[in-house]
Design a binder for this molecule. Structure first.
Ligand SMILES: O=P(O)(O)O[C@H]1[C@H](O)[C@@H](O)[C@@H](O)[C@@H](O)[C@@H]1O
Ligand SMILES: [Mg+2]
Length: 283
């Protein structure tokens, strides 16, 4: 049977690369910053513009109405965030918006494609580094067309772990984040890191640069593409409580093997988040 998603996969790579060029150019000009859920949850005209370019290109290529779209900036403007069985694009136009605003050189375009709620392929273009990560279910993971695979480290004492601080600055949440980080650091591990973009963090797991990345508070658009890239690179994903990974749950652990992932899960202090697909409560 003809491979029906290969064309979409190849096109997604082209769209991500073009979107990355727009981001790089915009980064050379003055950036007007706005905020969303709180004062440290930043958004710029570039986030909105790039999402429009990506979705517009996909609709032009595949027709209006045939596919669904979940985009970070569309959702923040009230579009639904429900993953159905329909072919669905899950898009983060600028992952690492805070980095983009500050000129911190880790900014990624993240495009995932799901069918029947299964992520078929993912593309993460780290546009300041000009690195194209991609993976298709069952066909391996690549960085700039070179195969990548997770680290073979099994000893937690010889690992680097990525964790992010997210945008929730409530004292009780920050306390849980820091307490978790302190417990992991004092295992001890070789180091803690964070690029500021979940999509890039997952690609760092996939290419073996670090052993694991976990976060509570991310969104489906931050991690959907990275999830298939990690899996196809030989890694795995779980919920932070050890249960099955759920792309809409706003929490996950991604890692190179079960030994490392389970060791990290033991230290995570879980705090509540609202699922991406939770019913919107009218204010
Ligand atoms: O740049 P975003 O799309 O907002 O996502 C970032 C988030 O802002 C940051 O706080 C961390 O949670 C990162 O892991 C996200 O990718
Ligand atoms: Mg984002």
């Amino acid at each position: 049977m003809a491979d029906q998603w290969q064309e979409a996969y190849d096109f997604a790579v082209q769209v991500a690369r073009a979107a990355g060029a727009v981001i790089r150019k915009a980064g050379e000009e003055e950036i007007k910053v706005q905020t969303k859920s709180c004062t440290v949850d930043l958004v710029t005209k570039t986030d909105e513009r790039v999402e429009k370019i990506i979705i517009g290109s996909l609709k032009e290529q595949f027709g209006e109405g045939t596919h669904s779209f979940i985009g970070e900036e569309s959702v923040s403007k009230g579009q639904p965030c429900i993953l159905t069985d329909k072919p669905t694009w899950i898009i983060d136009p600028v992952d690492g918006t805070t980095n983009f605003v500050h000129g911190f050189p880790f900014v990624a375009v993240s495009i995932a494609f799901a069918v029947n709620k299964e992520i078929e392929f993912g593309v993460v273009y780290s546009c300041m580094e000009d690195k194209m990560y991609k993976a298709r279910k069952g066909q391996g993971a690549f960085c700039d067309d070179e195969p990548i695979q997770v680290s073979d480290v099994k000893d937690i004492h010889k690992s680097i772990i990525i964790c992010e601080h997210g945008t929730d600055r409530s004292p009780e949440t920050v306390q849980k984040i820091f307490s978790t980080q302190k417990k992991i650091l004092c295992i001890p591990v070789h180091g803690l890191r964070g690029s500021g973009t979940a999509a890039t963090n997952m690609c760092l797991v996939a290419c073996g640069a670090v052993e694991a990345f976990f976060e509570i508070g991310i969104h489906c658009w931050d991690i959907a593409a990275g999830a298939v890239i990690v899996r196809e690179a030989g890694g795995l994903l779980l919920d932070v409580d050890g249960g099955p990974f759920d792309v809409m749950s706003r929490r996950m652990v991604s890692g190179n093997n079960m030994v490392i992932v389970n060791r990290i899960i033991k230290e995570i202090e879980i705090f509540d988040t609202v699922r991406d697909d939770a019913p919107i409560v009218k204010k």
